[in-house]
Write a protein that binds this ligand. Structure first.
Ligand code: AMP
Length: 346
């Protein structure tokens, strides 16, 4: 519980009239900076030298730059002090835990809009699937090399991310052949046949409601392009290249919201107050219209970058252009107005 109180103390020393929104120069930083400016906040970009040139193209979105030489330097006392002196709230994104390491991330003495412990669960593939199952959300069947099976499976090697390091196999013999001696810590999952859909949720502790702000499909190489070739022996791979927008049959939305609600409820067992803000469930919709969730992200996903001007869903709640980045800043603003900042920070 120690770190929670420390965050409370850090916030109590912040100048609430000069809160700044900070982000690491990667992933969905541009959207987060843009949204923060739209809501009237000053912004802080935390960057390493290699990224400065690119982000300088968007200096109209950036009020202050905090320079670090390596991402891990964000954990140094003098950098933390500098960020605290600027009253910075950091919005963590998909690159943050990866770049700074989970140990530093969990204990970072800077308030975060977003989760710490749920992102820690996300970083562990087995805990992640266990979490989804315990939430009551349908997930793909899992197999072990101790049993015999003949199913079409997707094999996820340890350390695989962004879809890289996966392969498809048919039955145990094929899995064993393709794995070679590389058998430790692999996850063997039913390959769910259907159409993929990735749901962008936002949970608001202030309005006490779950919003669905967008849906996308990830475009993956080369799995999404194999249909262009004559039947060949090329193995499908799942490296994420970009994202494509999607709207869902409206009759599927109640189920999508139900799984989102279940997720939010389960997060209260993991972190003080549960999740605050963005998260994503990543699914396959089968031809019987059942939804199987094979992954979650406990923070903003890059697919939200599609909707910088709002999505067909965000308009239903807000009637104004509302990106995920802007929605985050709006929640911070609402919390400040109600003197409830601590309730949305972790
Ligand atoms: P992930 O890194 O878990 O998000 O997976 C990367 C990609 O692999 C997904 O976007 C899907 O295209 C594919 N994938 C992962 N798990 C499954 C599964 N159980 N069934 C079908 N496709 C999957």
């Amino acid at each position: 519980m120690e770190e929670i109180d420390e965050i409370k103390e850090v916030i109590s020393n912040y100048d609430k009239d000069n809160i700044r929104i900070g982000v690491l120069a990667s992933h969905s930083a541009l959207q987060i900076l843009h949204g923060a400016k739209k809501e009237g906040f000053e912004t802080v970009l935390i960057t390493i030298p290699e990224r400065e040139g690119f982000y300088a193209n968007f200096r109209h979105l950036i009020d202050k730059v905090v320079h670090i030489n390596t991402w891990k330097e964000i954990c140094r006392d003098e950098v933390i002090k500098k960020l605290q002196d600027l009253n910075v709230i950091i919005v963590p994104h998909g690159s943050m835990v990866e770049y700074v390491g989970s140990e530093c991330f969990l204990d970072l003495k800077i308030p975060l809009f977003g989760s710490r412990k749920i992102m820690e669960v996300e970083a562990d593939p087995r805990r992640k699937m266990q979490f989804l199952r315990s939430a009551g959300i349908p997930t793909p069947r899992e197999f072990s090399l101790e049993e015999d099976f003949d199913d079409l499976v997707i094999v996820k090697l340890p350390g695989a991310k962004g879809g890289r390091g996966y392969f498809i196999a048919k039955g145990k013999r094929d899995v064993v052949k393709k794995l070679g001696n590389n058998r430790r810590d692999v996850i063997i999952q039913e390959y769910v046949v259907g159409a993929r859909a990735y749901y962008h949720y936002f949970y608001s502790p202030i309005l006490e409601r779950l919003e669905i702000l967008g849906i996308d499909i990830r475009y993956e190489s080369n799995a999404d392009s194999l249909g262009r070739l004559p039947k060949s022996d090329i193995e499908p791979s799942f490296t994420v290249i970009g994202n494509i927008p999607m709207v869902l049959r409206e009759s599927l939305l109640p189920k999508v919201m139900d799984y989102g609600d279940k997720f939010v409820k389960a997060t209260t067992n993991v972190e003080r107050g549960g999740i605050a803000g963005p998260f994503c469930l990543e699914s396959v919709v089968k031809d019987d219209l059942s939804i199987v969730v094979f992954e979650f992200s406990g923070r903003i996903v890059a697919g939200t970058n599609l909707y910088i001007n709002g999505s067909p869903y965000s308009w239903l709640y807000w009637d104004e252009p509302m990106s995920m980045g802007r929605r985050i800043a709006r929640e911070i603003k609402l919390a400040l107005e109600r003197d409830r900042l601590y309730d949305v920070l972790r």
